[in-house]
Design a binder for this molecule. Sequence first.
Ligand SMILES: Cc1cc2nc3c(=O)[nH]c(=O)nc-3n(C[C@H](O)[C@H](O)[C@H](O)COP(=O)(O)OP(=O)(O)OC[C@H]3O[C@@H](n4cnc5c(N)ncnc54)[C@H](O)[C@@H]3O)c2cc1C
Length: 387
Amino acid sequence: MNFELTQEQQMIYEYGKNLSKTWTRDYWREKAEKREFTLEMWQQVGEDGFLGMMVPEEHGGAGLGMTEQLLLMEGMANEGIPLLMMVVGPTMTLSALASHGSDEQKKEFLPDGCSGKRIYCFAITEPNAGTNTIKATTVAKKKPDGRYSLSGTKTFITGVDVSDYVLVVARTTPYDQVKNKTDGFTLFLVDLKKKGIEKHPIDIAICLPEMQWTLFFDEVDLGPEDVLGEEGRGFEILFDSLNPERIIAAGMTAGIGRYALERAVEYASERTVFDAPIGSYQGVQHPLAMAKTEIELASLMGRKAAWQFDQGLPAGEASNMAKYAAAEAGIHAVDAAVQAHGGNGFTKEYGIFDLYPIVRLTRTAPINREIILSYIGEHVMGLPRSY
Ligand SMILES: Cc1cc2nc3c(=O)[nH]c(=O)nc-3n(C[C@H](O)[C@H](O)[C@H](O)COP(=O)(O)OP(=O)(O)OC[C@H]3O[C@@H](n4cnc5c(N)ncnc54)[C@H](O)[C@@H]3O)c2cc1C
């Protein structure tokens, strides 16, 4: 067993630290407060060759794996500059394109995605189906000429305003006509400039540089060239992305937790009340130490999950556990950091409180805690299914 990072992995992990010298936490927060995407920073990451971590080199990527994708995200979040676009773009969409795209799609979409010239987002959530994706009703009806007409609504979609394309999960066979409930879904890479697409912003109460949108598709004309993978087999591609999504969310949360704890340690070492630095009081020190332990445990589980994924081993158990553990640890870490800051924990100046909604988000999205626990209960522990 070897827990050491290679030199290259260490460099990727530390990239966030270097990036944050130019694109600072203050820059990230200013953008987040205006709900404006950190486009310049994104393009810098692309120029530096870090957007296509999991894309083969021949298509403009780094030809590495989930481990490196995780280290990159964790390293950025460690500095307080995490990006949700890293989840929906490079992790969910670019890697799906790299693994399942046709030769033409790879040539057309991967190099620009890796360089940052084109941005991709990902749409699965629907207002009615919610977590129960198999009940999704966005439909791509096949026409006699072999083309499709896409209609339906997706919601909470991150980064639609800054993206060029969206990877949409749609039904090509209705629910009541499929043998297995996961059959009949097809993935479409949809040009957001197409006729019949409307977007409405959702007023999300989280300080993030990415905005969320409801996307309406009204008979959007698509061709077979827009299909990713095989018609009706979209869920097989999605299954490939579920563990990476959990792993990357875990890495982001662990990093934000570390950032909050570091600020708390600085503050609690300096701030003196009752004649001693407050960090020396165990009522302050122990919650920080407990949260630090939880964060490092979650991070370790994330790395195990990423390693398993890269080895082609079953990674569901570790990915789900990492996501669960990181969300809980992140919440505890930010809460302990707010408490250690006293009143300053609630000021904009110290920038701690606005981390809370982000770590709290990861208990609900990209997949909620209850579904994660059901997976662990049923698939890992063998308990009976509830739904
Ligand atoms: C900031 C943000 C960004 C997002 N970005 C994207 C994106 O880019 N693309 C995208 O497709 N989606 C995105 N989402 C959507 C997100 O993935 C969903 O909100 C999330 O998966 C929960 O789905 P829902 O909101 O429909 O909740 P529901 O399915 O309505 O669930 C509500 C609650 O019920 C509980 N619950 C549900 N099912 C069960 C069950 N079987 N057992 C026990 N409890 C259950 C859970 O506690 C859950 O939180 C984003 C959401 C947010 C808030």
